[in-house]
Ligand binder design. Structure first.
Ligand code: ADP
Ligand code: GLC
Length: 492
């Protein structure tokens, strides 16, 4: 089966969050399971530079009238054989800052066209095949940046095109644009209706994906349920409830090639499940020195690797900080995001030298070192479609403290008397996203930390959990097969 996997970010070519991790590891796992995979993404200069030897597949013309022709270029995902198709159009994709917005956090003014083109090229390949003749059976589109792809297929009445699966990685980001984008992107006004991609007078890329794709998935079972309800659905809960029968939750995996303390090249000291105690102690001392924390083996080291915003519950962390420090804990943060939260964490580190250390920015290697050094990972997200950092933490023997939402609830098992005895406890889970509940979980975590035998048990349970991509990839394949049954089934 041939699958075109369309995404706006793919690790290590470009990454702002978990979507990039998934868009690399999942296609690789699917290819390993026998699928004929290709990834499609924008031709950001960093991506073109890192994708090995490039081959030009064909000219795409200027379908959206931006005044520049694009070409489709093929490279390889580093470390794999999976082809990556990149849309080379420097006028749209060569930007000095991030893939979506400038350094001040302002979305690029032409994002509708930038990701309209990505969607359109995906649809074109799904309908007519790529310029080299390869034609997918399934187009797997991800998040709002590719949401218009199934809408194009609808607009073109492309009945023989590839079937479409649209995966929601985060419903909070919807890609809404003024209605002028409708003709600009080549759509008829008939689709700008409530039973279409119109959302309160705007064109919603995400709603287009939800409405026009053949089937839908999201990245955990719990989130699949949550987004059909008002507090979580971001206004699209009605659309999703209508399509409930087509919505599957498939939990993300972790890429243990990249996230494995036994062969992690970013760590000063590598370790495995049997050496977690000594390995962690050595990494902890190194990180405390690196970040200017007091080198103290007994202080519980609490870590955060996250985008810094309220959705991730980072305001709760600032609220709970005095209590954490009273417990003798240290806090190390690597993150970037809202300026006010960045300032809050920086102020906390200035006021608590030796106890709080903060790196503002996106630092891949430091993120690995934090996971190896930390005793406790905090993820108090108000909602979290899946979350990957908690999966990485489990593999590094770092005990996660998480809010009971989305994939966090599906992947972390709270420590109680029962779960300690039956050896399922892997972390601490709290029900309500407020400072009091977070504080209570941190107190429970720190007191368990001081009881080395039980702490080791919880660490060991987490280390034994397998969140590799294999099982989830099988579920995606089963879903693809419902869309594009093998020929034998079609004849039956
Ligand atoms: P989200 O995609 O919502 O940000 P996930 O938990 O799914 O959340 O994925 C976050 C990914 O981004 C993880 O791989 C995490 O290690 C990484 N990450 C987040 N912030 C930073 C940062 N400041 N520096 C390095 N890596 C980061
Ligand atoms: C989004 C979500 C995150 C999820 C990731 C990959 O960024 O916020 O929870 O893990 O996508 O699916």
């Amino acid at each position: 089966m041939r699958v075109l996997f369309a995404s706006s970010e793919v690790f290590p070519l470009i990454k702002t969050g978990g979507l990039a991790d998934v868009s690399a590891a999942l296609p690789v796992a699917l290819a390993a399971a026998g699928m004929d995979m290709r990834i499609l993404m924008p031709g950001y200069p960093d991506a073109l530079a890192q994708a090995g030897e490039l081959r030009e597949l064909g000219n795409l013309g200027d379908p959206l009238g931006v005044g520049h022709e694009s070409t489709l270029v093929e490279g390889r995902l580093p470390g794999s054989d999976v082809p990556v198709l990149m849309i080379a159009c420097p006028a749209l994709y060569d930007r000095p800052d991030g893939p979506y917005h400038d350094g001040a956090g302002q979305d690029y003014a032409d994002n509708a066209v930038r990701f309209g083109l990505l969607s359109r090229v995906a649809a074109q390949c799904a309908m007519d095949g790529c310029p080299d003749g390869w034609r997918p059976d399934v187009l797997h589109a991800n998040d709002w940046q590719t949401g218009l792809a199934p809408a194009y297929l609808h607009a073109w009445n492309a009945k023989d095109a590839a079937a479409t699966l649209f995966t929601i990685h985060n419903i909070a980001y919807q890609g809404r644009f003024p209605k002028e984008a409708v003709p600009q992107l080549g759509f008829p006004w008939e689709m700008f209706v409530i039973d279409g991609f119109e959302y309160y007078g705007t064109l919603s890329f995400l709603k287009a994906g939800l409405f026009y794709s053949d089937t839908l998935s999201t990245v955990s079972r719990r989130y699949a349920k949550e987004i059909q309800t008002a507090p979580f659905g971001g206004g699209l809960e009605g659309v999703l409830a209508n399509r409930a029968a087509d919505l599957t939750g498939i939990v993300n995996g972790a890429d243990y090639e990249v996230w494995n303390p036994a062969n992690d090249g970013y760590l000063p000291h590598r370790y495995g499940p049997k050496t977690v105690e000594t390995g962690k102690a050595a990494n902890k001392a190194a990180l405390q020195a690196e970040m200017g924390l007091t080198v103290d083996p007994d202080a519980p080291l609490v870590i955060i690797v996250s985008r810094l915003n309220d959705i991730k519950g980072m305001d709760l962390v600032l609220g709970v900080l005095p209590a954490l420090l009273r417990l003798g804990g240290q806090l190390a943060v690597v993150g970037t995001g809202d300026k006010s939260l960045e300032a809050g964490f920086l102020a906390a580190s200035r006021h608590n030298p030796g106890q709080v250390a903060v790196s503002i920015g996106y630092f891949e290697s430091q993120a690995h070192r934090l996971l190896a050094a930390g005793d406790i990972l905090l993820m108090p997200s108000r909602y979290e479609p899946c979350g990957l950092t908690q999966l990485y933490a489990l593999r590094y023997g770092t005990v996660p403290v998480v809010h009971a939402t989305g994939g966090l609830a599906d992947t972390v098992v709270d420590t109680t008397y029962d779960t300690l005895v039956n050896r399922t406890a892997t972390g601490f889970v709290f029900e309500h996203a407020n400072v009091g509940a977070l504080q209570w979980s941190i107190e429970r975590a720190v007191s368990l930390y001081r009881n080395k035998r039980d702490w080791r048990r919880v660490q060991t349970n987490g280390l034994a959990r397998d969140f590799g991509w294999g099982r989830s990839a099988e579920q995606y394949i089963a879903l693809y097969r419902t869309l594009a049954p093998p020929v034998a089934d079609q004849n039956a």
